[in-house]
Write a protein that binds this ligand. Structure first.
Ligand SMILES: NC(=O)c1ccc[n+]([C@@H]2O[C@H](COP(=O)([O-])OP(=O)(O)OC[C@H]3O[C@@H](n4cnc5c(N)ncnc54)[C@H](O)[C@@H]3O)[C@@H](O)[C@H]2O)c1
Length: 381
């Protein structure tokens, strides 16, 4: 299934849809650009625990109201909120939105554990508000092309796949107080960076059944306590098999490849290189053959492999724009968004199982964690 074209259209007579942003840090910039480009949407309020940051953000983007209290912002007449806070604050903010009857689009990861995710899904269901989670890399044409090939039967269900994520993150990146700690980030390379690519792998390959994994802090132990490296195998309900290798220790970073292949040998991948940019590097589907080697191209051209975080985010703005417009369209038309809380829970379930597997040394069966409400991650027999 591919996504419907994103649309920001509204009926001309309707009044502006008021939107508020929770958390005025780096990724909130992508949200405000995306929202302010949608016809009939007004970003009318922002909130941050840091009042000065909220005020400065509001002034920079011409937003009327700045708050330092989430409940006050949510009762200021907004109909939609987007959550751009660190991970452990996602649950409280989504629950607050549900309490106020406000539709809510939350940044990834949905949460830091499945209990939180299930409470968020249950609360938004009960309140009758739309709940979406940002996985804007699904909107890359290279990713949509693979999903469309599967939907159209040009590829059958993949039987094997891989995520190879080779990031560079350094002490400066982790100097931000919430990063690098279990209680404030909820994990490392898996839950923060590679979750996007785990989401793509699951979107292409279907439901995961069993996970076996190992995490470690191999290079960055002086400044982080979470994992900088992870390896895992995934067995799918279909019988398909995949691997994940993710690390923030590469210097320079070499981006991420998500590759899938079907029984007939049709093979396709999305390469994120440089970071923030998604392209097709392997396309061998039916008689079609396309190959690109962006590493060699960048090396020959003397281009840096790593680009600053702000530029990575800048490259993602068009895809945030597509997903945010799609969410607004879902709200306006009373339908589910394409990436619901339940959909976003799937990548968290796999990552939580890798963490658990690494702790216990055992494979983890995902069956018991599948439905919202069944929270336990169980060790496979
Ligand atoms: N989709 C993507 O590609 C992408 C990229 C970067 C970050 N993110 C996600 O966006 C979120 C924020 O990341 P960031 O890099 O913008 O972080 P950041 O540190 O730059 O900004 C976070 C902001 O939230 C504020 N904040 C913290 N707790 C709060 C609370 N309880 N209520 C209100 N405000 C609060 C902080 O003061 C800060 O201004 C994270 O979930 C992160 O994983 C997504």
């Amino acid at each position: 299934m591919s996504y419907p074209a994103a649309s920001g259209a509204q009926s001309p007579a309707s009044k502006p849809l008021r939107v508020g942003i929770i958390g005025c840090g780096k990724i909130a910039i992508n949200h405000v650009h995306a929202l302010q480009a949608i016809e009939g949407v007004e970003v009318s309020a922002v909130v941050d625990v840091d009042a000065q940051r909220a005020r400065a953000f509001a002034d920079a983007y011409g937003i009327r109201h700045a708050f330092d209290d989430v409940d006050a912002m949510l009762s200021s007449g907004i109909e939609v909120a987007t959550v751009c806070t660190p991970h452990p604050a996602h649950e409280a903010n989504v629950l607050a939105a549900a309490r106020h009857g406000v539709h809510v689009l939350c940044e990834k990861p949905i949460a830091v554990d499945l209990d939180q995710a299930d409470r968020m899904i249950a609360a938004t269901d009960a309140a009758g508000v739309r709940f979406g989670v940002v996985f804007q890399r699904r909107f890359w044409p290279a990713a949509q092309r693979i999903r469309a090939a599967i939907d159209e039967g040009r590829m059958t269900a993949p039987i094997t796949g891989s995520v190879i994520a080779r990031f560079r993150r350094d002490a400066e990146y982790y100097a931000e107080p919430w990063r690098g700690r279990w209680d404030t980030e909820g994990g490392g390379v898996l839950i923060n960076q590679a979750i996007h690519h785990v989401d793509l792998l699951l979107w292409f390959m279907g439901p995961a059944k069993r996970v076996f994994g190992r995490i470690a802090t191999l290079a960055h132990g002086e400044f982080i306590e979470v994992e900088d490296t992870a390896v895992a195998t995934i067995e799918f309900e279909s019988g398909a098999l995949a691997t994940i290798h993710a690390s923030t220790t590469f210097d320079p970073g070499h981006g991420v490849q998500v590759l899938v292949s079907d029984r007939a040998g049709n093979t396709a991948s999305v390469l994120e290189f440089p970071e923030g940019t998604g392209l097709t590097d392997v396309w061998s589907v039916g008689d079609e053959r396309e190959y690109r080697d962006p590493y060699a191209d960048a090396f020959r051209a003397g281009q840096p492999f790593d680009i600053p975080i702000a530029e990575i985010h800048g490259g993602l703005v068009p895809y945030h724009a597509l997903q945010i417009a799609e969410f607004i369209d879902a709200v306006r038309n009373g339908r589910e968004p394409v990436v619901t809380g339940r959909e976003a829970r799937k990548s968290l379930a796999v990552i939580a199982a890798i963490y658990e597997s690494s702790k216990t040394g055992m494979p983890i069966d995902l069956a018991a964690t599948r439905s919202a409400g069944a929270n336990a991650v169980t060790t496979a027999a």
